[in-house]
Design a protein around this ligand. Structure first.
Ligand SMILES: [Zn+2]
Ligand SMILES: [Zn+2]
Length: 252
């Protein structure tokens, strides 16, 4: 009797899953093609993305084309040491990963953030493992109002859900609205973000190990300015973790 009841339950569960799968088959995060499991890329999109992997610059994670010592530093970091201690990203920012970044802003955010959070947790283990807090790059409140959510905060929550440190959601604030940076060069971006960020009064950062989280790092001006502010407030370590990162050289 009990056995047949449990068989019936199993049957119902299978049927339930088939119905759910039938209604909502899992789709590729980038192109929307049907895939075998949820929160995944199809084979074609997976092959098109450039996932960063060692050997890389110990500071900024820039991949090297050949094997190097574990503590090797790239030319850019050797010339001008960044304000942050270590930066890591999951994907190269190019025309393929741009689709993922844009769909996080406009698509099914919860579904995407879940997948990206797991990727970022894995790719960022060197900066996350000893971190106390995740600090998302803030939006100005007027932009937050029009967009309704901050994608950096969403990613930080997803990294935490994947086993990362807790999120200090409002510790860093954007004091003034900065014009969109899309069309600006590196120097203009630096000027654009100067004095744009501050640590919220009363938040104690002294000696804390924090990881700044954002969706994309392009010139690094925003991350550099946020890191400077966090460090001035006493942070003992500032890491940077982004979903995608643009490389200065090479075709996209
Ligand atoms: Zn695809
Ligand atoms: Zn570097």
């Amino acid at each position: 009797m009990q056995l047949s009841a449990s068989l019936a339950r199993d049957g119902l569960r299978r049927l339930g899953r088939a119905v759910v799968d039938g209604v909502l088959p899992p789709r590729c995060l980038a192109c929307g093609d049907i895939v075998g499991e949820p929160h995944a890329l199809c084979g074609r999109c997976w092959a098109a993305m450039t996932f960063f992997a060692p050997p890389w610059c110990v500071l900024c994670g820039l991949p090297f084309p050949h094997p190097v010592a574990d503590d090797a530093v790239c030319g850019a970091c050797a010339i001008a040491r960044p304000h942050w201690d270590r930066a890591r990203a999951v994907l190269r920012y190019d025309k393929h990963s741009r689709r993922l970044v844009l769909s996080l802003k406009h698509g099914d955010q919860t579904h995407l953030a879940h997948a990206f959070g797991r990727w970022m947790r894995r790719a960022g283990h060197e900066v996350l493992d000893s971190a106390d807090l995740l600090v998302p790059v803030p939006l100005h409140w007027t932009r937050l109002f029009s967009r309704r959510f901050n994608q950096a905060a969403l990613l930080a929550q997803a990294i935490h859900a994947a086993g990362g440190p807790p999120v200090a959601a409002d510790w860093l604030v954007r004091r003034r609205k900065t014009p969109s940076q899309g069309h600006l060069g590196p120097l203009a971006r630096q000027r654009n973000v100067a004095a744009a960020f501050a640590v919220r009064p009363g938040r104690e950062l002294r000696g804390r190990r924090v990881v700044l989280v954002d969706d994309v790092m392009t010139t690094g001006a925003t991350a550099a300015e946020c890191a400077r502010v966090l460090r001035r407030a006493g942070a003992g370590f500032v890491g940077v973790l982004t979903l995608a990162r643009a490389l200065r050289t090479g075709a996209q």
